[in-house]
Design a protein around this ligand. Structure first.
Ligand SMILES: [Zn+2]
Length: 236
């Protein structure tokens, strides 16, 4: 019924390995460019504050968060939370990440459509990844072991709900790419970093983008694998 573990690994292992590699690249680039001090010697916190003010986002707070690479923007409290390494360090990596998170604050202020769509999807994704998974496997078990045909339809609905996780991962891509491209433009136009320094920012942010690409492929392949179990098994 489950199409063999070989098939599962064929679908899910390559994007999983790509994800691991991308995460390793994020860490190695972050560590490398954390040691490269910027000419203007602004910490991540100062970069974020300067850019927010320059764009008129005086209401957005900048706070220090706990945990390595825990940087994020919280749209509900309008707060940029930067990890200690980013918040306190005047490095190329810190400037790049602070500017990226500031890019999310700018998206929020401008009601950037993919960001709005992404936030709206959150409840559906939570529902789909929990209830959808139960319905998918519950339906498959009912169909497979009890020969209960209705189980197939329960599984189809479960898969459709679970597929929200892939939709979410796909909508995340433009949100992340756009935040990074805003970050690079603003770091240059506000004169916070110089050309050579911007290359380091590219490395750090491109590696981060790759983790989101890997996550999206992984989500799509998982849905494709379940679809194959569901619809492929039916033809037998
Ligand atoms: Zn981001």
């Amino acid at each position: 019924m489950f199409g063999g573990f070989g098939l599962y690994f064929l679908f899910v292992l390559p994007p999983f390995l790509l994800g691991l590699w991308a995460q390793w690249r994020v860490k190695s680039n972050f560590n490398k460019y954390s040691r490269v001090r910027t000419v203007r010697e602004m910490t991540g916190a100062q970069v974020a504050r300067a850019m927010l003010d320059a764009e008129g986002l005086y209401n957005v707070k900048v706070e220090e968060s706990r945990g390595y690479l825990s940087d994020h923007y919280d749209p509900r409290s309008k707060t940029l939370r930067l990890s200690p390494e980013v918040y306190r360090t005047p490095s190329v990596a810190a400037a790049g990440i602070a500017a990226h998170e500031m890019g999310h604050a700018l998206q929020d202020a401008k009601r950037y459509v993919p960001l709005v769509a992404r936030s709206a999807l959150v409840p559906a994704v939570q529902f789909g990844s929990s209830i959808g998974t139960w319905m998918l496997f519950g339906g498959l078990l009912l169909q497979g072991f009890l020969q209960f045909q209705f189980g197939f339809y329960i599984a189809v609905v479960g898969l459709a709900l679970f597929a929200m996780t892939a939709v979410f991962a796909l909508v995340t891509l433009p949100v992340e790419f756009d935040a990074s491209s805003r970050a690079k433009k603003l770091l240059a136009s506000h004169g916070i970093l110089y050309n050579e320094e911007l290359k380091g920012v590219d490395r750090v942010l491109d590696a981060a983008a790759l983790t989101y690409i890997a996550a999206a492929i992984q989500a799509l392949m998982t849905v494709a694998y379940y679809a194959l179990i569901l619809f492929g098994g039916r033809r037998d």
